[in-house]
Design a protein around this ligand. Structure first.
Ligand SMILES: [Ca+2]
Ligand SMILES: [Ca+2]
Length: 401
């Protein structure tokens, strides 16, 4: 019995020893399985690590390594001086002021992000952008901080969010650019050339159709506008149709000889209460009309800031019914001479820019200012050959006459 007991103890000892050896072996084995980041796309990828320990760090990732599908990053650091095409599936990040002196074709679906205060400048006899987006595939120009397109391009997570005026503008100094179904967001930043403008059309023969301009910088500058078309004076050569403008300062500043197409809208289609700070079409310049100009947009008022004149039979100013025309200062006047044609609808209105009760708060100051008589001059209609003024009274408010 005693011997059997010894054998039993010995066997138990051996079993325990075996278990210990096995257990220690397992422990040894597991310590050989090195832990670390096993994702090859992470900044701290450890090629020797066999087991992921959740330590993967993506903070160094600039999206070149790990962009969302269809968003291969192409950094633009040099000017475009030869024929170039930007294709779908890529996001073009403009990191410098980009001057385009050749033809840049941008295909539908392309995303363009622009760095802080940088501009896209199109100039030279051959410089133009051909950006024919489609209803399904818009071409987007937005801030580098806008993560809602193609993800976190600026690699800061949600540390920055896009702001009005993040980037400068699209500055069209030469003819021939076409922008269709383009979205231009968060422009209007500072440049040496212009201020608080998103889209600057300094030349004619440009087509802007079905584009949306929104989130442009708000500013006291006289130039602050989503669309600045003051320089061109040849109606018909600049096509600006079916565009949407909201969350800007002024939506449009154009030359008083330019007839704004009635297809443009001045609010967010998804939220009709989101309009523009100074929600009107601002007509710049002074002098005689050079042809037939029609004021036909009824959603927002037109603003005439100076003296304009219809002074011959082949020239005309046509104010359609339900159109509101506001006058922006004491020299604001429409003068009709020499049988020039001036027509207006029975419900069209002529009033002061301070008159918020008609056409809303067009001067962007809420009710801080109130309209008063003498705010503007009036509408002078001369009898041919007699001179003097028959001052229009119908639907005319707060004028001197
Ligand atoms: Ca970001
Ligand atoms: Ca006001």
């Amino acid at each position: 019995m005693k011997k059997e007991k010894l054998i039993q103890i010995k066997n138990t000892f051996i079993k325990v020893l075996v278990y210990c050896v096995v257990l220690s072996g397992l422990a040894l084995n597991s310590s050989c399985k090195r832990k670390g980041c096993t994702d090859t796309k992470a900044c701290n990828y450890d090629s020797k690590a066999k087991k992921d320990d959740g330590s993967c760090d993506y903070s160094c990732n600039n999206n070149n390594n790990n962009p969302p599908p269809g968003c291969t990053v192409v950094k633009i650091t040099e000017n475009i001086s030869s024929i170039t095409e930007w294709t779908e599936g890529k996001i073009y990040v403009i990191e410098t002021n980009l001057t385009i002196t050749s033809i840049l074709t941008i295909k539908p679906g392309v995303i363009v992000k622009i760095a802080k205060n940088k501009a896209i400048i199109v100039q030279g006899s051959n410089g133009k952008i051909i950006a024919n987006g489609t209803a399904d595939k818009h071409i987007v120009f937005t801030s580098v901080s806008d993560d809602s397109y193609c993800g976190d391009t600026n690699a800061d997570g949600t540390l920055t969010t896009p702001q009005r005026g993040d980037w400068a503008n699209i500055d069209l100094r030469s003819s021939g650019t076409v922008l269709k179904y383009c979205d231009i967001f968060y422009a209007g930043g500072y440049t040496t050339y212009s201020s608080a403008i998103a889209l600057d059309v300094g030349s004619s023969q440009t087509t802007i159709d079905h584009c949306t301009i929104a989130h442009t910088r708000l500013n006291d500058y006289a130039s602050a506008a989503a669309f600045w078309g003051w320089q061109y004076t040849k109606p018909g050569e600049t096509v600006f149709t079916n565009n949407i403008m909201y969350d800007n300062d002024r939506p449009m500043i154009v030359h008083y000889n330019y007839t704004v197409d009635e297809s443009n809208i001045f609010h967010n289609p998804a939220n009709s209460s989101q309009t523009n700070k100074r929600n009107g079409i601002f007509l710049l310049g002074t002098g005689g009309f050079q042809g037939v100009v029609t004021l036909g947009v009824t959603e927002v008022p037109y603003i005439i800031s100076d003296w304009v004149q219809v002074n011959s039979t082949e020239k005309a100013l046509i104010v359609k019914d339900n159109v509101i025309v506001k006058f922006g200062g004491v020299s604001g006047q429409i003068s009709v001479t020499n049988s020039g044609t001036f027509t207006y609808g029975t419900n069209s209105i002529f009033t002061s820019i301070k008159d918020d009760t008609r056409g809303g708060d067009t001067n962007g100051d809420g009710n801080a200012t109130a309209p008063a008589n003498n705010d503007w001059e009036g509408i002078c209609i001369q009898t041919p050959g007699q001179g003097g003024c028959n001052w229009l009274q119908q639907n005319v408010f707060y004028s001197k006459h």
